[in-house]
Design a protein around this ligand. Structure first.
Ligand code: CA
Length: 639
């Protein structure tokens, strides 16, 4: 049966294109439609509570076969706030499953909820919009954060620790007066807050909120439901919806757009996933022997090339963009998803929301496709998914060393062989696209060591001062490069993920809060405070100057030049703007070098451990580039 799902005959007979899948509530009645083409019978069970196993059945509604493999039923009356499941009889078995189109659920995502969504919108929701809707993606500065990490530390000064609401608190401080949480994020000058998965995932038991549990959340259970453990009450499905919207509203009110990390490429438990229960194995790719394709290394790969999987993913992204006002989507392992699905997602989302941005991990992973002539959303196919950006592993590995070998050195840790790749990135060609709008530059994210830890692991004899200089140099290279800058929360606080025995954790997906949380009291260290100022200055400098964030290929190639330098541990570029030019020098070496300056006086913006959009010093004829540091100068010129 599995292989038949992908035939033309099956798809012609059973591709449903309507927009009423799931429970559609009105005061008069609620209608249900589920796609279950292989079912022999289907019905809806209505419950009073959302907790699986509770004996509180309120009604049972038989469904009738309807068009294109769907089953349909209508229940009279106002059922807002009730919960439901589908009971599906298949050849040889009967299953009770949650609705793949559930809008919310009870605890741990077992029972779907009938919900009048408009009822629970925060005040002003109708007027709520993306505060950065007008800017191109190359003007964005993206900050990657886990909801719990922000607030869970006992020094955070935030009341709602580990919750969506923690991101709504302002005026929060550590005892010495340094701002934390939302105020800290706002003060950085970032435009987009990218949050690790906050759809309903399976690895945290929502029924035990008092227990310290942590997971990144790359284990999706209900794709259209907010995660319950981030709400103050996971048992009542409306609470997670309300609190997530409050968080988004507050971020928007503070000028910050919200990017959602979405993981459509695999599911938590293949056969427990509700879609796969209702239509056995439909959602997942199997090879000819009947075993699961596992390019994701998470046990299963999503068969996005099948018509009703594609529709499901397209519907899901549109739902988040329209119902929750999400401003961007980061696709986990998008290299497992076909380009037709990604293009349909972007095209349909942009009809209502042309401002939504899309990017993802375009790694080329081995996966077993269920159809022929399917193209996957990998870096080298960038030109057939215009509008979709990819993480730039070229700059990541060039700056800090190959991700596959933790002791490998990168340019900022003193490896001259990496300069060529830095040059390529600054000249706009990391190797798989020349379009700056398709390049997400980064030198740290939740995966692998933090930037500081990586430097410390690969340079075991370096002093703290040296590691800070190297970290700052990496930040300058990342934040001033053409493309879209992205960094992991806490990079600006020299974030580290310490193990119990002095080791540095490189994969903290289920480590404790002690490892993962942002340690706000580190701001009491003047070196950390200084690093934070350095990041703020770099971001202000980038935002103040269009020449540092060109949005198209021609502008990058026509206005950025490499300046020859004989030392392979230095990299120098000249960048021309309409009435200004920038000279940018990166020195990864242990000694100072003298940079010759053409034509008169230059204004210095970045020097040693200082960075600013304003002028911090002036220089003429030549300027010293301190050991392990960046130097950025500008000069106005008449056209
Ligand atoms: Ca969950």
């Amino acid at each position: 049966m599995q292989q038949n799902y992908s035939t033309v005959e099956f798809e012609n007979a059973y591709t449903y294109s309507g927009s009423d899948l799931g429970a559609v509530w009105s005061q008069k009645n609620t209608s249900f439609r589920v796609w279950a083409p292989t079912a022999l019978n289907a019905s809806v069970r209505i419950y009073r509570s959302g907790t699986e196993g509770t004996d509180d059945l309120a009604a049972e509604l038989p469904m009738t076969p309807a068009e294109k493999g769907t089953w349909y039923g209508t229940l009279d009356g106002d059922w807002n706030g009730f919960y439901y499941t589908y009971v599906i009889t298949l050849s040889g078995k009967t299953v009770e499953a949650c609705d793949p189109y559930a809008r919310s659920t009870g605890v741990n995502g077992k029972r779907a909820m009938i919900l009048n969504l408009a009822d629970i919108n925060p005040e002003g929701w109708d007027q709520d919009k993306n505060p950065n809707a007008e800017i191109p993606i190359t003007d964005a500065v993206i900050y990657e954060l886990h909801v719990r990490d922000l607030s869970i530390d006992r020094h955070s000064g935030i009341q709602s620790k580990g919750k969506f609401l923690g991101l709504t608190e302002t005026g929060t401080k550590i005892r010495s007066g340094h701002s934390t949480g939302l105020d800290h994020i706002r003060s950085l000058g970032i435009t987009h807050l990218h949050l690790l998965p906050f759809y309903d995932y399976g690895s945290v038991d929502e029924s035990k909120p008092e227990k310290a549990q942590f997971n990144w959340g790359y284990d999706p259970v209900n794709f259209n439901v907010p995660e319950g453990s981030y709400s103050t009450d996971p048992f009542h499905g409306e609470v997670r919806v309300r609190e997530l919207k409050q968080m988004i509203k507050k971020l928007h009110d503070n000028g910050i757009s919200v990017v959602m990390d979405v993981v459509y490429n695999h599911v938590y438990r293949t056969r427990e996933f509700c879609f796969n229960q209702i239509v056995p194995d439909y959602f997942s790719r199997f090879n000819e022997k009947g075993t699961l394709s596992n390019g994701s290394c998470c046990g299963n790969d999503t068969a996005s090339e099948r018509s009703m999987v594609r529709k499901y993913i397209v519907d899901s992204v549109n739902y988040w963009a329209n119902e929750y006002h999400i401003d961007g989507f980061r696709f986990d392992l998008v290299g497992l998803i076909d380009t037709d699905t990604i293009n349909e997602i972007m095209e349909t989302t942009h009809r209502n929301r042309p401002d939504v941005i899309f990017y993802g991990e375009g790694w080329d992973m081995p996966t077993v496709l269920t159809k022929t002539e399917v193209k996957l959303t990998i870096q080298k196919n960038a030109d057939i998914v215009p509008g979709f950006a990819f993480f730039n592993d070229t700059i990541r590995d060039a700056v800090r060393g190959s991700v596959f070998e933790t002791s490998a050195l990168g340019f900022v840790s003193g490896n001259p062989k990496c300069r060529e790749q830095i040059d390529n990135c600054y000249l706009g060609s990391p190797g798989w696209t020349n379009n700056p709008k398709q390049i997400i530059n980064y030198v740290s994210c939740h995966d692998n060591h933090t930037l500081y830890d990586r430097l410390a692991v690969s340079l075991p004899n370096a002093s703290r001062e040296e590691l800070i200089r190297r970290s700052n140099l990496g930040a300058a290279i990342n934040l001033l490069c053409p493309g879209v800058p992205f960094f992991q929360a806490g990079e600006e606080l020299l974030r580290t993920k310490p193990g119990r025995n002095g080791e540095r954790i490189h994969n903290s997906y289920r480590s404790s809060d002690r490892v993962n949380s942002l340690k706000w009291e580190h701001l009491n260290d003047p070196e950390v405070e200084k690093t934070l100022q350095y990041y703020r200055g770099l971001i202000r400098l980038r935002k103040a100057n269009p020449a540092l964030r060109y949005a198209d290929t021609v502008s990058v190639s026509g206005n950025i030049q490499k300046v020859a330098s004989s030392d392979p541990l230095t990299a120098v570029y000249m960048i021309y703007g309409s009435n200004i030019r920038f000279l940018i020098a990166f020195n990864a070496g242990q000694s100072e070098f003298m940079l010759p300056l053409p034509d008169g006086t230059w204004n210095i913006h970045v020097q040693d451990s200082e960075a600013s959009d304003s002028v911090i010093a002036r220089a003429k004829s030549c300027a010293a580039v301190a050991p392990i540091s960046a130097l950025v100068l500008s000069q106005y010129k008449e056209r």
